[in-house]
Design a protein around this ligand. Structure first.
Ligand code: NAP
Length: 215
């Protein structure tokens, strides 16, 4: 499905850009992407696993090849989902300004890009590289757990939020009670992760002996 764009009636592509570390990807992420696709009438949601997140030490996160493969396995059966390697293949630290610039170059200036991520991550956006330019380049969808208060967001983002209020959207996702931290903890302590992640992802984690140590 393609959405109408503006008064000219010209159709503009609406693309979701699902940014995250995905360490590992779980049903909370998948439900978020599908809900965003439906709610914002997106034609496609591109999952973009981070290469080297600026706020995490490299030894804290699982090798990108595993996070990428699990993301591909998890999204395989949804024809509207795709996975991009732009953040993994770009050398150096992953900044969202580069993610959006790369995808903008790929989809062209007419495409409407919606960057989807956890609302907690968006809270920090003022500290992200080229925040003001980034906010002017796309729309943002912050996924929240039910009961999440948006007051903090307004406080943290200050003038940037007030200026670009219409670029920020929020989506309550009950399935986000699942978290990657909890999945890793469950694997480490021998608790089941079945029904929290797709079966293929659970098999991949077991086969590659991921998350048996660390946090
Ligand atoms: P994070 O700090 O690991 O996550 C913060 C919260 O958001 C966690 O509860 C996390 O849950 C949730 N979350 C993360 N991605 C999500 C998604 N796509 N959908 C729903 N919930 C999500 O955040 P992160 O994963 O490292 O980064 C999120 C995105 O922000 C990435 O694309 C990253 O590149 C970008 N970012 C950019 C900059 C910058 O440009 N300077 C700085 C920081 C982050 P789970 O742990 O369960 O995923």
């Amino acid at each position: 499905m393609r959405a109408e764009g503006g008064r000219s009636g010209k159709r503009r592509q609406r693309i979701g850009v699902m940014g995250g570390t995905f360490d590992p990807i779980h049903y909370g992420h998948l439900v978020t992407a599908e809900a965003a696709r439906h709610e914002f009438r997106l034609e496609q949601v591109i999952f973009v696993p981070s290469g080297r997140p600026p706020h995490k030490r490299p030894e804290e996160i699982t090798d990108a090849k595993h996070r990428y493969t699990m993301t591909v396995l998890a999204t395989l059966t949804n024809p509207h989902f795709d996975v991009s390697r732009v953040d993994i293949d770009r050398p150096g630290v992953t900044y969202t300004i580069d993610t959006i610039s790369d995808l903008r170059a790929l989809y062209g200036p007419e495409a409407e890009l919606y960057f989807i991520t956890g609302a907690d991550a968006l809270l920090e956006i003022v500290s992200w590289k080229d925040a003001e330019r980034l906010v002017s380049m796309c729309q943002f969808i912050g996924a929240t757990r039910p009961g999440y208060s948006l007051d903090q967001l307004e406080q943290n983002l200050g003038p940037l939020y007030r200026r670009y209020r219409r670029s920020f959207h929020f989506l309550e996702v009950p399935a986000l009670a699942i978290s990657s931290t909890e999945i890793r903890r469950r694997v480490r302590t021998g608790s089941p992760i079945r029904y929290l992640v797709p079966e293929t992802v659970a098999f991949y984690i077991a086969k590659n002996r991921l998350y048996l140590e660390g946090n």
